[in-house]
Design a protein around this ligand. Structure first.
Ligand code: CP
Ligand code: NVA
Length: 336
């Protein structure tokens, strides 16, 4: 685990299967400690900055609770509450925050922004979501899958929806690294970038996994994990809704999709999700397009097979592992 100390956490592309497994093992340890009431404030007296150029519920709360449990102070910089990008460059921001904080989380737009922060901060930088990647989400998802099935390598994970964006890309990377069989099920124009597909196929050859891209919804057959994401991501213009709804409705996760996968399969979603009309945007789209649910039906979302709230809880335990492993030497927190 020494290999994780002092590292940035920008995309799982940068980590080996062993290192990703180390994060998962540490998250499982920290989760058990939290449940047993065992204190783990190994980072007492440290401070972290949390930059959010896009909104968040899970990621922000996970960083804040995890930092608190580890004994750290936090500063939350909201999408409008700092000079970042408007009056001060990312490079200058990195050099200022790096003088005050022991680590910096960034959620926002292009991956190059978080890379620039990392290049100039002088302290570990953690990606809390960019357009391209959502690596902390992947640790939570893999922990959830491992808790349920007791293993990861060899499992079949099928992702429905826009596979070109942060969630689709990130699932493909983590599956390729850890030896899962990844399928992206979407219309061709939503397939991931061919260069990333090739890179992941090379990793999959090493790990025993595989990468399949298909337009055929029957791809769900015999999957162990079915997952999806919102059809329009944060930062995308409102104008794309109509086209996305038209293109992706055949790729909605329904009870037929889950039935094809089989009763053993689980459903995951990073959340937030449009599975009913209980949100402002859900109601607006419902009125505009005459629909009551989008990427997943309410029936699947609320079913026994849906582990979305275990997954959401695991955001906190895995984010805690990322901060601890990158900010402290393993001998300070390792048990046994
Ligand atoms: N899954 C996820 O990142 O949720 P938030 O946008 O609420 O942080
Ligand atoms: N693809 C979504 C993920 C939200 C956690 C977005 O970027 O908005």
């Amino acid at each position: 685990m020494a290999a994780l100390y002092g590292r940035h956490f920008l995309t799982l592309r940068d980590f080996t299967a062993e290192e990703i497994t180390d994060f998962l093992d540490l998250a499982a340890q920290l989760k058990a400690e939290k449940k047993q009431g065992v204190p783990h404030d190994h980072l007492r007296g440290r401070n972290v900055a949390l930059i959010f150029e896009k909104t968040s519920t899970r990621t922000r709360c996970s960083f804040e609770v995890a930092a608190h449990d580890l004994g750290m102070g936090t500063t939350y910089l909201d999408p409008s509450g700092s000079q970042i990008g408007k009056k001060e460059s990312i490079k200058d921001t990195a050099r200022v925050l790096g003088r005050m904080y022991d680590g910096i989380e960034y959620r926002g737009y292009g991956q190059e922004i978080v890379e620039t922060l990392a290049a100039h901060a002088g302290v570990p930088v953690w990606n809390g979501l960019t357009n391209e990647y959502h690596p902390t989400q992947m640790l939570a998802d893999m922990l959830t899958v491992r808790e349920h099935f007791g293993r990861l390598a060899g499992l079949r994970l099928t992702y429905f929806g826009d596979a070109r964006y942060n969630m689709g890309n990130s699932y493909m990377v983590v599956c390729a690294k850890l030896g899962l069989h990844f399928t992206a099920c979407a219309p061709k124009k939503y397939f991931p970038d061919p260069e990333l597909v090739e890179t992941c196929r090379a990793w999959a050859r090493e790990s025993g996994g595989s990468i399949t891209l298909t337009e055929d919804v029957s791809a769900a057959a015999e999957s162990d994990v079915i997952c999806t994401d919102v059809w329009v991501s944060m930062g995308e213009p409102d104008e794309v809704w109509q086209e996305r709804i038209a293109d992706l409705t055949p790729y909605r996760v329904t009870k037929d999709v889950m039935a094809a996968a089989g009763p053993h399969a689980i459903f995951l979603h990073c959340l937030p999700s449009f599975h009913d009309l209980e949100t402002k945007i859900g109601r607006e789209m419902g009125e505009r397009f005459g629909i009551t649910e989008m990427e997943v039906t309410d029936e699947v979302f609320e079913s026994e097979q849906s582990l979305v709230f275990d997954e959401a809880e695991n955001r906190m335990h895995t984010i805690k592992a990322v901060m601890l492993a990158t900010l402290a030497r393993p001998e300070t927190y390792r048990r046994g």
